[in-house]
Design a protein around this ligand. Structure first.
Ligand SMILES: [Zn+2]
Ligand SMILES: [Zn+2]
Length: 241
């Protein structure tokens, strides 16, 4: 067993979509996990070598190309199994190669995970437990991975600093996404730092105050009096990726 304090984390933006792949490792054993190895497999291998790490886990939050596109190549090169996302994202994992052509990104591959995640399951890495929550809305099989002691959550494209994920994809749904955020993310605590799929990190507390889509005054969370949304602010903060 190691304490949570022994875990190191670095964010490595991958693909032209600058997706935040997270590299997590135990400084003592040098064992590593990758969350959302979406592309640039060579760079991720280089990062592992730079820190002297051995890859032991690969976890996917959802099936989009920029989050999952390097997983198949890394499994081939390291023998590490691919875990997640929830099975409802398999249709996205099956079209990564087609989507990559459309985006003009080379070397991404379709993925068949070694196993899917279920809502509420616990993952173990280096003696540290991570929780998994099913958070549909951006994609139907999206999950977030969180650790209560480290107070950190890897939320993929569910929530961003100052915005939320797109819901205009097949099987995306705005109300479902908002419900995932308020029912699965907010209970993890205001002081939880989250790593979103794109852009800077933030905390759930900050987003509950100021996010133009999911501030408490817009969702009514925890009995907050409802106010009208600022449509102009929403229009200029929604990401396309
Ligand atoms: Zn996505
Ligand atoms: Zn993304």
């Amino acid at each position: 067993m190691v304490s949570e304090a022994k875990l190191q984390i670095r964010i490595i933006p991958v693909t032209p979509l600058q997706q935040n792949c997270s590299l997590i490792w135990n400084d003592e054993t040098k064992n590593a996990a990758l969350v959302d190895p979406g592309g640039d497999a060579g760079r991720l291998i280089e990062a592992l070598a730079h820190f002297g790490l051995t890859l032991k886990r690969m976890w996917l939050t959802h099936g989009h190309l920029d989050h999952a596109g390097a997983a198949a190549e890394l499994r081939e090169r390291t023998g590490v199994a691919i875990e997640g996302p929830h099975r409802d994202d398999q249709f996205w994992l099956d079209r990564i190669e087609d989507d990559a052509k459309r985006y003009g990104i080379a070397d991404l591959r379709n993925v068949t995970p070694d196993r899917y995640f279920e809502d509420g399951e616990e993952l173990e890495f280096e003696g540290v437990r991570f929780g998994v929550s099913h958070t549909p809305g951006h994609t139907p099989g999206h999950v977030v991975i969180h650790n209560a002691a480290l107070k950190i959550a890897f939320v993929g494209d569910v929530l961003f600093a100052g915005s939320i994920g797109r819901t205009d994809f097949p099987r995306g749904d705005h109300a479902t996404l908002i419900n995932s955020i308020t029912s699965k993310l907010w209970p993890l605590g205001d002081d939880t730092t989250f790593v979103p799929g794109h852009g800077p990190t933030s905390t759930f507390g900050r987003e509950r105050q100021s996010n133009p889509f999911v501030a408490d005054r817009l969702t009514g969370y925890a009995g907050a009096p409802l106010e009208a949304a600022d449509v102009g602010e929403q229009r200029t903060t929604k990401r396309w990726t």
